[in-house]
Design a protein around this ligand. Structure first.
Ligand SMILES: NC(=O)c1ccc[n+]([C@@H]2O[C@H](COP(=O)([O-])OP(=O)(O)OC[C@H]3O[C@@H](n4cnc5c(N)ncnc54)[C@H](OP(=O)(O)O)[C@@H]3O)[C@@H](O)[C@H]2O)c1
Length: 255
């Protein structure tokens, strides 16, 4: 029986790169996102694999549970869970729409947490090693003025995932956190950060996903993509948090 990977945010950017990598390794796929048409197009690219499309807005409460129930109703067992879907928003916290910011928390934090919760029992039961890939960001390493909620959601993802690594140390489930820096995807235009200093040198989505995929297969705890991002994350550990926050604010300004 083929292994199956469930990938959230499978329709574009990093998620779509992961789709191609898992498909190349012969995995069956469960695609989760809002754009059904795009997911059907992706499904048609892989006639030799079982590709299941789940059209779901993960920023809505209960969506993660519904995804789990759909997967179970289809009789699918998941071997790899990729919690990738997410978005950011640029602006002063008090000026950004609170509904959009709450949806961000729901998507970036709650859906990721709940999907992990619902699928963990079957991941632990699998006879082979099972894997979880949680997509955080280099935003996880310091506070992010002008993207305050986004940075905080990614700090949660990193903290939660590293804690799970320890809880699951005696099991065959690995948890890898991917921390990309600026990457060329739809993220920048959606977050309204395309013209900022932080995006003046963005990595390709293929390169970032490849580093994440390799790290996942190797069972790494944390993968920070690119040497400049590694250096930045390392520096953030030693800088006083208020300086790290000032740097994050500086790079969020227009280039
Ligand atoms: N690009 C960067 O610079 C960067 C840097 C660090 C971390 N990241 C993280 O990388 C992850 C992937 O982002 P990306 O850069 O690949 O951005 P992207 O190209 O905008 O892709 C986001 C994906 O998430 C899906 N999605 C968005 N809202 C959703 C919702 N409410 N429900 C279900 N699916 C939803 C989108 O599909 P639909 O529109 O079809 O729903 C899309 O497939 C995110 O967690 C992001 O925070 C990105």
């Amino acid at each position: 029986m083929n292994k199956t990977a469930l990938i959230t945010g499978a329709t574009s950017g990093l998620g779509y790169e992961f789709v191609k990598m898992f498909a190349a390794d012969g995995y069956d796929l469960v695609l989760v996102a809002r754009n059904r048409t795009k997911m059907e197009e992706i499904k048609n690219q892989y006639p030799n694999l079982t590709v299941t499309v789940i059209n779901k807005d993960l920023s809505q409460p209960h969506a993660a549970k519904e995804v789990y129930e759909d997967v179970k109703a289809a009789g699918i067992t998941i071997n790899t869970l990729v919690n990738n879907a997410g978005f950011g928003l640029m602006g002063n916290f008090e000026e950004l729409d609170i509904r959009k910011q709450s949806e961000m928390i729901q998507l970036n934090i709650s859906a990721l947490t709940e999907l992990t919760y619902y699928f963990l029992p079957e991941l632990k039961k699998n006879t082979h090693t099972s894997r979880i890939l949680n997509v955080a960001s280099t935003a996880a390493f310091q506070p992010g003025p002008l993207m305050a909620v986004y940075y905080a959601t990614k700090a949660y993802v990193l903290s939660f995932s590293e804690a799970l690594v320890e809880e699951l140390a005696d099991t065959d489930v690995t948890v890898t956190t991917l921390c990309p820096g600026a990457t060329k995807t739809s993220f920048a235009s959606i977050a309204n950060v395309a013209n900022t200093k932080m995006f003046s040198r963005a990595m390709s989505s293929n390169e970032v996903a490849q580093q994440g995929y390799r790290g996942l297969l190797a069972g790494k705890r944390v993968v920070i993509t690119g040497s400049a991002n590694k250096l930045g994350a390392y520096a953030a550990k030693f800088l006083p948090r208020r300086f790290a926050a000032k740097i994050a604010k500086y790079v969020a300004k227009e280039a």
